[in-house]
Design a protein around this ligand. Structure first.
Ligand code: SF4
Length: 325
C-alpha cells in the first residue's frame, strides 16, 4: 500500500469540495473494495475523505418511493421491511452478495461504485487497460471464464460485480448525487458506462460527485420483482450470471416488464428489447424463451465463457416464470 493522507468530515459540501479540489482524492465509505485495491496497489489515492459521519445512513419510506441513504449498510437494507415489500429483488440481491461480515460494513453507494473482479485488473504484473489505459487486455486471449459476452470492447471485456445494481434495474431505481455542479438524479440504467476505448471510466459521475441516496419508486411492478443468481459456490461468490426480473400482468397479458442481467456485461445490463417483446403477450414458456433469445442477440463468447450464453437464457426463463407465478 502506498502512503496516503486521511481526513474525515460531517459535511457533504466539505466532502465534495475536498475531493473536487484534488484529482488524487477519493471518498471512503465502507472501504470493503477500495482498501483491498489499495493494498494490491491497483488504487493509490493520495487522499481519502472519510464520509461515514455524513447523514446518509437512513432508509425512509415516503408516499411514492423508498429512499435508501448511500451510507445505509447492505445488511440493514436487505432486512428493511419497506425494501423487502416494495422491491423484493433488491433485498434478495443483497442477501446473495458477499458475506455477512462484508454486508455489515459495505454501503449502498459503495456497492454501485465497486470495481470489477477481473483477476488481471487486480494483478499489477499483467496488462489491463482499465488499470493502465493503453497497456492491453490480458483477458481477451487469457482465462476469460468470468468475463463479458455482451457490451465488451476490444479494450475490455470485464463484468460489473454488483448484484444489487442488477436488481435496481428491475425496479427503476434512481441514483441521487451531490457534486461540484449541484444535485442530480440519474436513472440506474444510465449510471454505469460501457468500456468502449475508455474502460477506466465506469460511471457518469464527475470527479468529486457524491452518491447521497438511491430512490426506488413504489409500483406494482417493483413489488413483484425477483433476483436469481448462478455462482460457483452457494455463498460469498460473485455471479456467473444473474437476472433481476419484474412483471406486471393485467387481464391475462403482460402489461409491463423489466429485465436486468448480471455477470455478462461490463455494466448491469438492461435487456430492453426483451422487455418490449414481453409487453402485450400472455405470460408463457414460449414468450419467456423468445425474450431470452432476444436478450442474447449479439452476444459473443471468448472461449472459456461461452457457457454463459445458454446459461443466462435458461436463467431468464426461470426468473420470468417465477415472477409470473
Ligand atoms: Fe483489464 Fe478489462 Fe481486460 Fe480485465 S477485461 S484485463 S479489467 S481491460
Amino acid at each position: 500500500m502506498r502512503p496516503f493522507a486521511y481526513t474525515r468530515t460531517a459535511s457533504s459540501s466539505a466532502a465534495v469540495a475536498t475531493v473536487t479540489a484534488d484529482r488524487d482524492a477519493k471518498f471512503l465509505a465502507g472501504g470493503t473494495n477500495l482498501i483491498d485495491l489499495m493494498k494490491d496497489t491497483v488504487e493509490a489515492p493520495a487522499l481519502l475523505v472519510d464520509i461515514n459521519a455524513l447523514p446518509f445512513g437512513d432508509i425512509v419510506e415516503h408516499r411514492t418511493f423508498v429512499r435508501i441513504g448511500a451510507l445505509a449498510r447492505m445488511s440493514d437494507t436487505a432486512d428493511h421491511p419497506a425494501v423487502v415489500r416494495i422491491a423484493p429483488a433488491v433485498a434478495e440481491a443483497l442477501l446473495a452478495s458477499a458475506s455477512p461480515q462484508l454486508r455489515n460494513a459495505a454501503t449502498i453507494g459503495g456497492n454501485l461504485m465497486q470495481r470489477t473482479r477481473c483477476a488481471y485488473f487486480r494483478d499489477v504484473a499483467t496488462a489491463c487497460n482499465k488499470r493502465e489505459p493503453g497497456r492491453g487486455c490480458a483477458a481477451i486471449d487469457g482465462i476469460n471464464r468470468q468475463h463479458a459476452v455482451l457490451g465488451g470492447s476490444r479494450d475490455c471485456i470485464c463484468v460489473h460485480p454488483s448484484d444489487m445494481a442488477v436488481a435496481l434495474l428491475a425496479v427503476d431505481a434512481i441514483v441521487r448525487t451531490r457534486g461540484p455542479r449541484g444535485e442530480r438524479s440519474i436513472p440506474i440504467a444510465a449510471f454505469h458506462t460501457l468500456p468502449g476505448d475508455t474502460p477506466q471510466i465506469e460511471t457518469v459521475l464527475e470527479h468529486g460527485e457524491l452518491i447521497v441516496a438511491v430512490d426506488i419508486p413504489i409500483s406494482r411492478l417493483a413489488s413483484t420483482s425477483t433476483y436469481v443468481k448462478v455462482r460457483d459456490r452457494a455463498s460469498y461468490e460473485f455471479a456467473l450470471v444473474s437476472v433481476g426480473a419484474a412483471l406486471s400482468v393485467r387481464d391475462g397479458k403482460i402489461a409491463d416488464a423489466r429485465l436486468g442481467l448480471g455477470g455478462i456485461a461490463p455494466k448491469p445490463w438492461r435487456a430492453l428489447a426483451s422487455e418490449r417483446a414481453l409487453i402485450g403477450v400472455a405470460p408463457s414458456a414460449a414468450a419467456f424463451e423468445r425474450a431470452a433469445e432476444i436478450a442474447v442477440g449479439g452476444a459473443r463468447g471468448y472461449g472459456h465463457n461461452d457457457f454463459k450464453i445458454p446459461l443466462v437464457k435458461r436463467l431468464i426463463v426461470k426468473s420470468l416464470a417465477s415472477v409470473a407465478a
